[in-house]
Design a protein around this ligand. Structure first.
Ligand SMILES: NC(=O)c1ccc[n+]([C@@H]2O[C@H](COP(=O)([O-])OP(=O)(O)OC[C@H]3O[C@@H](n4cnc5c(N)ncnc54)[C@H](OP(=O)(O)O)[C@@H]3O)[C@@H](O)[C@H]2O)c1
Length: 185
């Protein structure tokens, strides 16, 4: 696994902290050397980052987990991207890549906590191609407690991205790192 950054040195420092053979590189090298690339940058940098990596990401499976959110004194709220969602913006900017979307609701705090053995949540996976969705579901399934669930095509990504604003409200009220479960499947 390779962690990308705008600054290779920053990525290498974080990779060394994580260990387990994780490498660090700049974003372009990370994209070039990977088959599956998870995009986890703030919404403000989303379009610019993808545009700059169009060539390196050609032919790759790009998994977008970006939530376009605004914040004001009332809390978090969902923004409405022109393309419909961050995932659809990625698909528009990366015509030669396969774009899927997932991991929007996953807490970075829980992921980073090495004392936690299981993360009790489902991961909604959106995509156009069944084979790509299955790759992302398998990725989610590698984390104990987690399950990847197909949740529709990219045109329905907006609701999934937006739901994070609701989860942030939940987290603030209940002092939690809330996840989601889809029942009866
Ligand atoms: N945090 C969570 O729990 C969580 C969960 C699910 C989804 N997400 C989504 O994942 C994305 C990243 O969230 P985060 O909490 O990891 O945010 P973050 O820590 O602010 O950003 C992640 C990394 O993106 C790079 N970055 C920052 N500004 C950038 C810009 N303008 N252009 C390009 N790269 C930039 C930075 O790396 P370098 O400076 O090293 O390049 C930074 O370390 C967000 O869209 C968020 O909605 C977050």
């Amino acid at each position: 696994m390779i962690i990308g950054s705008r600054a290779a040195e920053r990525a290498r420092d974080v990779a060394a902290e994580i260990g387990h053979g994780v490498e660090g590189a700049d974003n372009a090298e990370t994209a070039r050397r990977s088959d599956v690339v998870i995009v986890a940058v703030p919404w403000e940098g989303h379009a610019k980052t993808l545009e700059s990596l169009r060539e390196e990401l050609a032919g790759k499976l790009v998994v977008d987990c970006v939530n376009p959110l605004g914040f004001d004194k009332k809390g978090a709220y969902a923004l409405k991207p022109e393309e419909g969602s961050a995932a659809e913006q990625a698909a528009a900017l990366l015509p030669d890549s396969r774009v899927a979307a997932a991991f929007h609701h996953l807490s970075a705090v829980l992921l980073k906590d090495t004392s936690i053995e299981e993360i009790d949540t489902d991961v909604m996976v959106l995509g156009e191609e069944r084979a790509d969705v299955e790759i992302v579901q398998a990725l989610a399934g590698r984390i104990a407690g987690m399950r990847g669930v197909f949740a529709g095509r990219l045109r329905n990504a907006h609701q999934v991205e937006s739901l994070v604003a609701n989860l942030i409200s939940v987290n603030r009220r209940y002092k939690a790192h809330a996840g989601l479960r889809v029942t009866d499947i």
